[in-house]
Structure formats: C-alpha cells, structure tokens
Design a protein around this ligand. Structure first.
Ligand SMILES: Cc1cc2nc3c(=O)[nH]c(=O)nc-3n(C[C@H](O)[C@H](O)[C@H](O)COP(=O)(O)O)c2cc1C
Length: 222
C-alpha cells in the first residue's frame, strides 16, 4: 500500500474482532510511526500501550464514572463547536446513527453509543499518548497530532484498524491509576487499535470532507 492509498483508505474503525494484536506487530507500528517529524526533533510523545485485563479495568471504571454522571475533564480541554464545525459534527452523528439504526429519539441507544469511545470501541488494545508538562503545550500537541496520524497509517500496513478517541482520555485519573501515567505528563489522546470487524455497521461510514476549493487560498497561481 503506498502513502496515497493509505491516506485514502484510512477511516475510523468503531467495531473490532476480539483477536489480540501481537506485541511484536504493535512494536513495528510504533517503530515506523516514531519516524514522525517533531519540532526540533524533540519527540515529545510518550506512548502507553494497554491490553488484556488492565484495558478491561480501565473500560469498566470509565463506564462506572459515566453511569455516575461524572463530568469528563480531559487534560487537553475541549470546547463546544459552533457554526460550520457544529454542522459537521452533527452530520457525522447523523451518518453514524443511520448506519447503526439508532432512531433520533432513542436516547437510551444514543447514550449507549456514546459509551463506546470510553470503551475504546472494544478494541483488543489501546494506545495512550501523553507528554511532559514541561513542554510548551500548543507545539507539542501539534507533534502529537502528527504521530497519531502516523500510527493510524502505519497500522493499515499490518491489516489493523484504528480509531482516534478523545473519549478514551476524558477521565485521565483512570489512566493514571491503572497504567501509571504520572501527573507530570499531560494525557492528549487515545487510539483504539485492532483487526476491523467489517460487519460492524459503523465501519461502513464514509465520512465527508469539504472540497479543496472551499478550504484553500491559492496565491501566485494563474
Ligand atoms: C482528536 C480526535 C479525537 C477524536 N475523538 C473521537 C471520539 O472520541 N469518538 C469517536 O467516535 N471518534 C473520534 N474521533 C474520530 C473522528 O470522529 C473521525 O476522525 C472523523 O469523523 C473523520 O472520520 P474518519 O476518521 O473515518 O475519516 C476523533 C478524531 C480526532 C482527530
């Protein structure tokens, strides 16, 4: 698979086969993704890979917190989207609910769907990316964005699917407790990783993109 094809076929996988991913394969993915560029080659990322019983415990605790009504409080704060960004967010939700057969008014199934990201979409492994708080936040988050995409693209080469999940890091204290990420590191993002279950309806999603013409300003061209 060349890089153009990889960029075209990568998509978020929200349903996985239960098969474990061998540690050696994950190691290869991380080795090649580690070739990602970063500002002055600082490589600010720390990667935690979690699987098996510890992943189950994290999922279980996240579910308990959600059920208790605890407010998500990620280390990297999110704010509500407005305007065109909100429209795109809603379009995505509509597409996903249609594929999953979730009716607009079915609040139970909508809420259940919402928990999937907190369960890393039941993938057999999850990757958590954190970075030292001594690093300037905005530039190191750019670097982390780059390696995040690199992991997703590298994974394709091993028949793996991924879903980047902000939901997976909404309760950072859970990750600190179960995988030992110290308070001195900001937890940025998680990536669910495993072998895609192509029968899972949401995996059929083709998410939309704005036309290049609408997002690009050309200067100095005819
Ligand atoms: C920073 C970031 C956080 C994300 N968090 C979630 C998430 O919490 N839950 C989820 O289902 N998808 C999440 N996604 C996946 C996006 O929804 C997805 O990338 C987008 O809709 C485009 O679809 P595609 O990945 O299939 O091309 C996240 C993606 C990024 C880049």
């Amino acid at each position: 698979m060349d890089n153009i094809e990889a960029l075209n076929v990568r998509k978020s996988i929200r349903g996985y086969k239960p098969d474990m991913v061998p540690k050696e394969v994950l190691m290869e993915v991380l080795k090649v993704a580690g070739r990602s560029p970063s500002a002055t080659n600082t490589q600010p990322w720390h990667i935690t890979v979690v699987s098996g019983e510890m992943l189950d415990r994290i999922k279980h605790r996240n579910m308990e917190l959600l059920a208790s009504g605890a407010a998500p409080h990620p280390d990297i704060p999110y704010k509500s989207y407005t305007g065109v960004y909100r429209r795109r967010q809603i379009e995505l939700a509509i597409q996903l609910f249609q594929l999953m057969g979730i009716e607009r008014g079915d609040s139970d199934r909508r809420a259940e769907w919402n928990t999937r990201g907190y369960r890393f979409f039941d993938a057999p492994a999850a990757i958590i990316i954190s970075s030292d708080r001594s690093m300037e936040e905005s530039i190191s988050q750019l670097d982390i964005g780059i390696i995040t995409q690199s992991i997703c693209l590298a994974a394709l080469g091993y028949g793996l699917g991924t879903c980047i999940s902000g939901q997976g890091v909404m309760f950072p204290e859970v990750l600190r407790e179960f995988v030992g990420i110290p308070e001195s590191r900001r937890i940025s993002i998680s990536i669910a990783i495993g072998y895609p279950d192509w029968d899972f309806p949401a995996n059929k999603l083709e998410s939309k993109r704005e036309l290049v013409e609408n997002i690009t300003t050309w200067v100095g061209f005819n």
